[in-house]
Structure formats: structure tokens, C-alpha cells
Design a protein around this ligand. Structure first.
Ligand code: ADP
Length: 255
């Protein structure tokens, strides 16, 4: 609230500076609010699995004669919740690295076909044969960071699998358009209502929290995608029809 105090001091003296400071304060407050929201959300997301783990540990401590089967079931649940915390922390670290100004993009010529082959294998493994997953590479390679692009492309592909019921289709493509090079993931899944679309890349924004959790989502995937695209001169457009499916298109401007 340093900005606020400054306004109170400046207003009586000079009205032109008042506008400038008000603007700064609003921006500072907005960033401060986003930071607070992020910490609140992240703490909440971490607290939930931790509560489960601590709960089972307390049972283990207070009931040493628990039968082996129950104990094994508790351990399994604790491991799952531990993994959930690990995924969350990994995604938070990835996001903060991508946002850091001291983290320059290490660009090289990226073999897009190899990246997409990886992404397809990963998506097929996640699907477990329940979806028809196809791909098409029909454009030249691009400059960028292979690992960052792989992670952004894989995020979009895994979302397509996670939000498409069994029996659905996912198509991944790489093509050239007049604006540049395009990566698209198209699915025949549950789709997204128009009112949610603009907010999907916000951290922890989810249309349906329980579906996201059941499929191991952290709510940070699209925020990571957005940052990787920003670093690669790319933009994301989302087209979707509830009940019909969605298409996520990353367009990379080429000089
Ligand atoms: P999550 O880990 O929850 O999937 P993301 O940031 O990757 O987080 O996505 C944010 C939200 O966007 C998801 O919770 C989901 O509601 C929606 N979403 C993302 N991709 C799709 C898709 N292909 N089809 C339908 N909804 C999607």
C-alpha cells in the first residue's frame, strides 16, 4: 500500500503528478492482488493433500495394530497425495522460472517432428488406448527452446486427452499459415463454455475443479503454455463448443 500513501501526500500539492501516481498505485495494487491470490491458491492446493497425508500418519501413530490391508491402502493414498504435491511444486517452479527476467530463452533449431512424435507417444500413454490420437507435420522447423516447446505442446495434448471422454479423437498438427507457423490440438471432448475461455490461462483457473483433479491436473498447465508462447513470439487462440470439442492453436510469428 505504499502507492496509496504516496497519493495522499501528493494530492494537495500538484494535480498533474496525482494522475501519474494514481496510475502507478493501481498497477502496483493489481500486481499485489495477483500475488496474494496466487499465494492463497497455491497454499490451498498444497494444504489439501497435506491434510490427507497428516491424517493417515496420525492414524498410523495412534493405531499400531491396524491390519496390513488397511495400512497398505492408507500408504497408497498418501503416495498419491505426495505425487500431487510434487506435480504442483514442479509446475510452480516451472512457471516462476519462465517468468523470471534473468532466464533468457536458449534458442536453437528445433526438430518439430521429433517433438511432436514425443508428444503423441506421451498422449497415447496417458490415454491408455481410449482415444484415437493422430498427428500431421506439414511445415518447416522453427527456432526456439525444444524442451519448453515440448512441454507446452505436451500440455495442450494432455489436456485434449484429459477432457475428452473415452472413444473420442485428438488430432495434433503443425502447419504453415500466412501469419507464421501453427501448432494445433483439436479434440472431440467436453468443450468449454464461451464465458470461461478468456480466463483459462489464469493460474489455477479451472472450469471443473474435480474433473481437473481426478485427471491429475494442477490448474497451471495453460499458464505455463501461455508463458512459453510469450517467450517464443507466439499467441494462443482457443475455439470451443460445449459438448462438441475444442481446438487450441499456437501461432508463432516468423520473421
Ligand atoms: P488443469 O490442470 O486443470 O487441466 P490447465 O491450466 O491445463 O489446468 O487448464 C485449465 C482449465 O481449462 C482446465 O481445468 C479445464 O477446465 C479447461 N481445459 C483445458 N483444456 C481443455 C480441453 N481440451 N477441453 C476442455 N476443457 C479444457
Amino acid at each position: 500500500f505504499r502507492g496509496r500513501k504516496l497519493i495522499a501526500q501528493i494530492i494537495p500539492f500538484e494535480s498533474r503528478r496525482q494522475i501519474l501516481v494514481t496510475h502507478d498505485a493501481t498497477e502496483t495494487e493489481r500486481i499485489e492482488e495477483m500475488r496474494r491470490d496466487f499465494i492463497a491458491n497455491a497454499s490451498h492446493e498444497l494444504r489439501t493433500p497435506l491434510t490427507v497425508i497428516v491424517g493417515f500418519l496420525e492414524i498410523a501413530a495412534s493405531e499400531p495394530s491396524l491390519d496390513a490391508e488397511t495400512r497398505a491402502a492408507h500408504v497408497k493414498l498418501m503416495v498419491e497425495q505426495g505425487h500431487r504435491m510434487q506435480r504442483l511444486i514442479e509446475d510452480m517452479l516451472t512457471l516462476s522460472r519462465l517468468e523470471s527476467v534473468d532466464y533468457p530463452l536458449r534458442a536453437e533449431q528445433v526438430n518439430i517432428r521429433a517433438v511432436i512424435d514425443d508428444v503423441v507417444s506421451e498422449a497415447r500413454a496417458l490415454s491408455g488406448g481410449k482415444h484415437e490420437i493422430t498427428s500431421e507435420v506439414d511445415a518447416p522447423d522453427m527456432m526456439g527452446n525444444a524442451e519448453e516447446l515440448r512441454s507446452a505442446f505436451a500440455n495442450l495434448a494432455s489436456n485434449a486427452v484429459r477432457y475428452t471422454p473415452a472413444g473420442g479423437k485428438v488430432h495434433i498438427s503443425w502447419r504453415a499459415v500466412p501469419e507464421g507457423l501453427q501448432y494445433e490440438v483439436k479434440d472431440t471432448g467436453i468443450g468449454i463454455e464461451a464465458k470461461h475461455i478468456a480466463r483459462l490461462t489464469e493460474r489455477f483457473y479451472r472450469v471443473d475443479k474435480s474433473r481437473s483433479r481426478e485427471t491429475q491436473g494442477t490448474g497451471l498447465g495453460l499458464a505455463i503454455v501461455k508463458h512459453v508462447l510469450l517467450r517464443h513470439n507466439g499467441t494462443l487462440s482457443i475455439h470451443s463448443e460445449p459438448g462438441q470439442g475444442s481446438s487450441f492453436i499456437a501461432t508463432f510469428k516468423q520473421a
